[in-house]
Unconditional design. Structure first.
Length: 661
């Protein structure tokens, strides 16, 4: 795991290019504290930098930027190619291997590019990656990102300069970067608690979508349109059209496939462990690790003193059964308070999945013992584990009882201003229980009735239901929820597709990547092996969701290693008691960020609905803390921004925490 940064100028590189490049790379030192490298082609106007967290081939032979054997290609690479040993053998078999200098996956990547070219190589790679590849022969720069979006890559054109990096904070140090808030991205943020790709919080700066690559011509300084090399919609269609009907065959194949995926993720020249919550996903990964390890696997978990959030006892029971070397940390409100000032710097665009706090604390704990940790991320999206899949499915069945002709008419009627006025009048006589507020409920029901699968799911998972009315000059933008082909899928299929394309890469992977890299820890997700993803879509829904239980096939694999009694229980997720903390130890911090004066002066939000929800939350209303945490995380992030120039001010630098475990 590493960090990459670079820029291309169609107007020539200035004399201080190396100094600027060094500063930008140093800004993401936490992603790669072990080594740094720089490469500049002044004639072409290309500058590349790399920060290295050494995982494979710890020798200088793994140093980046790295040139291919012929000298044609120069690469900076963040991530891991898990099948690099097999690719190396393939290259040797067909006579396409160079005289190897070491055993790094980066060197294999370069040899693959020379033999097969960019697109064919991307299709052969199994792993997580984001890289920049300079082709000296064709004088073209390529950016590429892995299939499921595990590794981040930001890019944008600012004047004559094309900038890119693993994290935004590095780009802020380039003098051509011009920061301006994209209010449509802000609108998406308070709806979803993350900013979906390709948007970023800054206008003109984009996220490269998963499974895409981008071509940049330094002579014009312009980037082309991102191109896909792996089409998830085709994966879904092929899988559904060719289901594995034999349940025994499906479980056998899944067990073997997951064993291989876990095994490939266990290759490292540094200490390795795993996150363990005691749930289905992480327990499966740890069980398969321990089954293939000659020594006790190191496992790590987080606990809470608030019992409704605590899974530590379950994690410990699974660890004891499997015989792992287990370490746990209990999180207190004091721990949360200590982390909160770091959050805007770790996630250097607004991000408000509250499990970011324990994820960072868990990463910091884990990094004290190992350099690489495997996780169970993506099990829910692939195998139907989220409770909302059942809840929305039940709601969809109720809606199906309403004739289609009535749905659209009723849906439009419930969204009219007249109905809204009557709802507000009815609400005015209520004493304050959220569940009864018709002004919140009726427009939402109207949007559901008049929309399709994507609209139903968006309404269900949205925090602020009408974010464009909260963000001043805000507007909604198209996202994965708006894909036309979702209409041909069942509601559960549509939800899983949307989550894989948006929630997984833009929330879960953002959370895990930034939290782990802030602690200089590499996190690997075996479920995101693309062969596992493709296989999962060959499983009929009955092998995923059965009765009121999700992940049926995955559970059958896990039961081979862990007794069902240790893992069968209601799903808890990785939540934190933010609602209680905001009424207690975080109250003063929140009051300051949500004051009428501050909200007015900052000029991003209509303060009235925010203050209303804050007051209702303090009276004990349940559920508003999700809405409030979105606003709080933006306000906290905004407080550390310095827009007087691209580079952070001296005072901002001084206040910024070090991201070391």
């Amino acid at each position: 795991m590493c960090g990459i940064v670079g820029f291309v100028s169609s107007n020539g590189l200035p004399e201080n290019t190396l100094s600027t490049l060094r500063q930008m790379a140093d800004r993401i030192r936490h992603r790669g504290p072990d080594d740094a490298g720089y490469w500049i082609d002044r004639e072409a106007g290309v500058a590349l930098a790399h920060r290295r967290l050494s995982i494979l081939d710890l020798s200088p032979a793994g140093h980046q930027p790295m040139a291919s054997a012929s000298g044609r290609y120069q690469v900076i690479f963040n991530g891991e190619i898990y099948n690099h040993v097999a690719l190396r053998r393939d290259l040797e078999t067909i006579g396409g291997a160079p005289a190897w200098r070491g055993h790094s996956d980066t060197e294999v990547m370069l040899a693959a590019f020379e033999r097969w070219g960019l697109e064919e190589s991307l299709r052969r790679f199994e792993g997580m990656f984001a890289f920049a590849l300079w082709d000296r022969a064709d004088r073209v720069l390529y950016l590429a990102r892995d299939r499921l979006g595990e590794k981040p890559l930001f890019y944008g054109q600012f004047g004559d300069t094309f900038l890119f990096s693993s994290e935004i904070k590095a780009l802020r140090l380039h003098p051509d970067f011009s920061p301006k808030i994209d209010r449509s991205a802000l609108t998406l943020f308070i709806r979803h608690n993350y900013i979906p790709a390709p948007k970023s919080i800054w206008a003109g700066l984009s996220k490269l979508a998963p499974a895409h690559y981008l071509r940049i011509d330094p002579r014009s300084g312009k980037a082309g349109t991102p191109r896909s090399y792996w089409d998830f919609s085709e994966i879904v269609e092929r899988g559904i059209a060719d289901p594995i009907k034999d349940e025994h065959e499906a479980v056998e194949a899944l067990d073997k496939l997951l064993r291989n995926a876990v095994s490939s993720c266990m290759e490292a020249d540094v200490p390795l462990g795993a996150f363990l919550s005691g749930g289905i996903d992480s327990s499966t990964i740890v069980a398969l690790m321990q089954a293939q390890s000659s020594r006790a696997v190191k496992t790590f978990s987080i606990g809470f003193h608030e019992k409704e959030y605590d899974e530590s006892a379950h994690a410990k029971a699974v660890a004891n059964h499997l015989g792992t070397e287990h370490t746990e940390l209990f999180v207190t409100p004091h721990d949360a308070l200590a982390v909160i000032p770091k959050l805007p710097h770790i996630w250097d665009e607004p991000f408000s999945d509250a499990s970011q706090i324990p994820t960072y604390l868990l990463s910091s704990l884990t990094r004290q013992h190992v350099t690489v940790s495997l996780s169970g991320d993506a099990g829910d999206e692939l195998f139907g584990g989220y409770e909302r899949y059942f809840a929305v499915g039940a709601r969809e069945r109720r809606l199906a009882q309403i004739p289609a002709s009535m749905k659209s008419v009723l849906g439009r009627a419930l969204q009219t201003s007249a109905v809204g006025a009557m709802a507000r009048l009815a609400d005015s006589g209520l004493t304050g229980r959220r569940a009864l507020r018709l002004s919140d409920r009726l427009p939402a029901v109207g949007r559901i009735l008049s929309g399709g699968n994507g609209d139903l799911y968006r309404e269900f998972v949205s925090h602020w239901k009408d974010p464009a009315a909260i963000v001043l000059q805000g507007e909604d933008s198209a996202t994965a929820f708006d894909q036309p082909h979702l209409a041909s899928r069942t509601i559960r299929e549509a939800m899983m597709i949307i989550d894989t394309l948006s929630y997984l890469p833009d929330d879960i992977m953002v959370k895990v990547d930034r939290a782990s890299m802030a602690a200089s820890l590499e996190s690997r997700a075996p479920f995101l092996n693309h062969r596992v993803v493709e296989f999962a879509w060959h499983l009929p829904m009955s092998q995923k969701m059965r009765g009121n239980t999700g992940k049926w096939a995955l559970r059958q694999v896990l039961y081979r290693y862990v007794p069902s009694a240790l893992v069968d229980r209601p799903k808890m997720g990785f939540g934190v008691p933010i609602d209680n903390w905001l009424r207690g130890p975080l109250r003063e911090w929140a009051e300051d960020l949500l004051s009428v004066e501050k909200l007015r002066n900052d000029g991003f939000f209509d303060y009235r609905p925010i203050r209303k929800k804050w007051e209702e939350h303090m009276k004990g209303d349940q559920g508003w803390h999700y809405y409030l945490w979105d606003i709080l995380m933006f306000q906290a992030w905004w407080d550390v921004q310095d827009l007087s120039h691209a580079a952070p001010s001296a005072s901002m630098k001084a206040s910024e925490p070090e991201f070391q475990a």
